[in-house]
Design a protein around this ligand. Structure first.
Ligand code: ADP
Ligand code: MG
Length: 701
């Protein structure tokens, strides 16, 4: 059955018309009747139960009471005049207060008549009172009033057109009554049965008009399940179809490159976690299937060497590799690190970024297509269409957790015969629910062990007023041979002010840490790559002891001798950013420090962020807190273009529903990846509707 009724433009609904239609589109993103039905309440008012005055406590929220009025009085003069009525339900007495409509209300308050009162108690002195409660005679109450009432997001512009919460509710009632009985199911009968879901139509009805909290919960479960299900189904299909159709190059040989490196170049024994991950990777690479693996490991856990050994396997088997980093600085640092680790091993590698000179680029591209270049490092530039490999066997993607499904699809075109293996590495620990949503189509390996000898970084919070003490400490550290980062925030929106701040800070540091004893570098994103590069190198070579920078040094930069990370305006950084920054120190054998400096006034969220940092260095705990504070939208990037949208589902809170929805999706994908079966017709239709026009691996085979 088609969904044409749900797709009808919102203007055509009775009671809408062009003007309301426009404000609904603009303000609420409601274009169709279906959109309106998906405009879910953001909370409910529970009028199904009664409270007693005795049980009221400060966090109770709204209450509904039943009782009688003892007496009332009108107190105060003129503008301060108010009506105070004393209300009792037998368990206690409380004051109900009105500042307006005093005469009209006072006439309603007949003694010995039972009333129902609804409102939010406030504490005044030591007593509770409710200002302007809703008031109704108990005898007047009809069954329809005792409900679980939805409350919708509105706003000035919607309200001006009569679309406050009640107005929206009225429209939804009209819409539902027009199309009831014609809303098609979108899941299979089997799933609805197995997971005891409400049919879609009932869910849409009850999410707006629940008779009880239980109704509301069932409806919300069904709707969230469905949202998660389709996202997971897409990922699961990609995975299954890939596994069944994509051949990966087989790296069965462990050759000279790998062996020589392992036996005589590797500067340290691998940690247990690194060994385990190498085994997982080697198993994939020998399987004949294409590897799609996410390697998660906290900052400093040693992912680079794992990537390098994987690349050596590819090279041993006659394949080329690409290694992608998010910024030029990182790419070139990786270049140095890898070249250093490889030493005189006969591996030819090159760096390709946006600023590679034309002649050099031409040279690199030629070597690549002829196959004489083994390993290409770079930024996104390595995936441009003009870059063609002779036999690309492996792509390593470092530190880009926004490298989503669509971008990964591009890799397929690089070697159509055998699809390159993909290893995505990230040090940003991702909460499980997010990982399932972003990377649900990947297998996951985790390095959960830091190399031996690392001491946890001591983290403290200092106010700006304590700067002098911080300076003293930094001097001590530098005099004992250490290096220091000082990081300033720089965000696009306030770039000018931020940059000015950074330079002010830089100048102050140059004053307070005078040459020749102290030398200071500065790096920020607005400098030319060449200048950045030069400053970075000076710091790496210990020609400077203090590196003043923006978050360009956030990811990947590795200077083991740096032992102090000072973060200015720490209150302005997000948690995962703070964690990343802290990960830049604590890499050597010395005790390291992270000093979070903030202004005197902190928002509640900022306090939580700073406290979390001072308390723990567990990346996963930090990531979970981050998810709770910011919500998934912020973390995924503003509404991932083209990906399915979560309207009701919440990755921070609905992990359980996500997991059952994933289970259902995996089963469908395994049984019928093409969604051809008659039992999956309704799923197929909805799937096509949601993911219209998006890349689909289904066709790649
Ligand atoms: P990340 O996982 O953050 O990318 P790196 O790969 O940059 O971490 O490794 C951090 C540091 O730890 C590097 O200096 C690296 O040489 C070192 N390292 C990696 N593995 C080990 C190990 N098994 N033992 C000792 N040091 C190691
Ligand atoms: Mg790294």
């Amino acid at each position: 059955m088609s969904e044409s009724l749900l797709d009808r433009p919102i203007e055509y609904l009775k009671g809408v018309g062009p003007q309301r239609g426009e404000v609904l589109r603009k303000e609420a993103n409601v274009h169709t009747i279906g959109d309106l039905l998906h405009y879910y309440p953001f909370r409910y008012i529970d009028k199904t139960r009664f409270h007693t005055i005795r049980e009221i406590h400060p966090e109770i929220g709204y209450v509904q009471l039943k009782g009688t009025f003892l007496r009332y009085e009108i107190v105060g003069e003129k503008r301060k005049k108010r009506l105070v009525a004393y209300f009792t339900d037998g368990t206690g007495t409380m004051e109900l207060v009105w500042f307006q409509g005093i005469r009209w209300i006072s006439e309603l308050l007949r003694p010995a008549t039972e009333f129902i009162v609804f409102g939010k108690p406030n504490i005044f002195g030591h007593k509770y009172s409710i200002a302007h409660p809703e008031l109704q005679e108990a005898d007047d109450r009809s069954a329809g009033d005792a409900r679980f009432q939805p409350v919708y997001n509105s706003g000035e512009k919607l309200s001006a057109k009569g679309l406050d919460s009640r107005g929206i509710l009225r429209l939804i009632r009209t819409a539902l009554s027009e199309i009831m009985g014609k809303i098609p199911e979108t899941l299979s009968a089997e799933i609805v049965r197995n997971y005891s879901l409400l049919p879609r139509e009932s869910a849409l009805q009850l999410i707006h008009f629940p008779a009880s909290e239980d109704d509301m919960k069932k409806a919300s479960f069904r709707i969230k399940f469905e949202e998660f299900f389709f996202i997971q189904l897409r990922l699961a299909r990609l995975k299954v179809i890939r596994e069944r159709t994509a051949r990966g190059a087989v790296f069965e040989k462990v050759g000279d490159h790998f062996n020589t490196f392992f036996s005589s170049r590797l500067p340290f024994p691998l940690t247990g976690a690194q060994k385990r991950v190498m085994k997982e990777i080697r198993k994939d690479l020998a399987s004949g299937k294409q590897m799609n693996r996410l390697l998660q490991g906290d900052v400093g856990s040693g992912k680079t060497v794992v990537a390098l050994m994987t690349m050596l396997l590819a090279i041993d088997n006659g394949y080329q590799c690409a290694f992608m980093a998010p910024t030029e600085i990182l790419a070139s640092q990786h270049m140095d690190t890898l070249a250093g680790l490889l030493g005189d091993l006969p591996v030819r590698l090159a760096l390709l970024t946006g600023s590679t000179k034309a002649a050099q680029r031409k040279h690199i591209l030629k070597d690549l297509s002829e196959g004489t270049l083994h390993l290409l490092l770079g930024t996104h530039a390595v995936l441009e269409d003009k870059v063609s490999f002779r036999s690309l066997g492996l792509v390593v993607i470092d530190e880009q957790h926004k490298f989503g499904v669509a971008q990964r699809a591009k890799l397929w075109q690089k070697n159509p015969e055998t699809v390159p293996h993909v290893l995505v590495m990230t040090a940003t620990p991702i909460p499980r629910t997010l990982a399932m949503t972003l990377y649900g189509d990947l297998d996951v390996s985790i390095i959960d062990e830091l190399p031996p000898g690392r001491k946890p970084v001591t983290t403290v919070h200092r106010f700006e007023s304590q700067r002098l003490r911080v300076q003293g400490f930094l001097k001590e550290q530098i005099r004992s041979g250490r290096q220091v980062y000082v990081v300033y925030p720089l965000i696009e929106e306030s770039a000018k002010v931020d940059l000015a701040n950074l330079y002010e800070g830089y100048e102050a540091i140059c004053r307070d840490f005078p040459a020749p004893e102290f030398r200071v570098s500065v790096v920020h994103g607005r400098m030319t790559p060449a200048d950045k590069e030069m400053e970075m190198r000076r710091f790496v070579k210990r020609e400077t002891q203090i590196m003043v920078a923006t978050t360009v040094i956030e990811v990947g930069v590795n200077v083991p001798n740096a032992s102090v990370m000072v973060i200015e305006n720490a209150e302005r950084f997000g948690l995962s950013q703070l964690h990343q920054l802290r990960g830049r120190v604590g890499r050597g054998a010395d005790q390291s420090y992270c000093i979070l400096i903030s202004g005197p006034k902190l928002s509640e969220d900022a306090k939580v962020r700073i406290q979390t940092m001072c308390r723990t260095s567990d990346g996963f705990e930090i990531a979970e807190t981050d998810l709770r504070l910011r919500g998934p939208g912020e973390i995924l990037g503003t509404r991932q273009s083209g990906e399915a949208e979560l309207r009701l589902g919440d990755l921070a809170r609905d992990g359980k529903i996500l997991r059952v929805a994933q289970e259902a999706a995996l089963k469908v994908a395994a049984d019928d990846p093409a969604l051809n079966g008659a039992a999956h017709a309704s799923i197929r239709e909805q799937y096509a509707r949601i993911f219209k026009g998006q890349p689909d691996w289904g066709r790649v085979s």
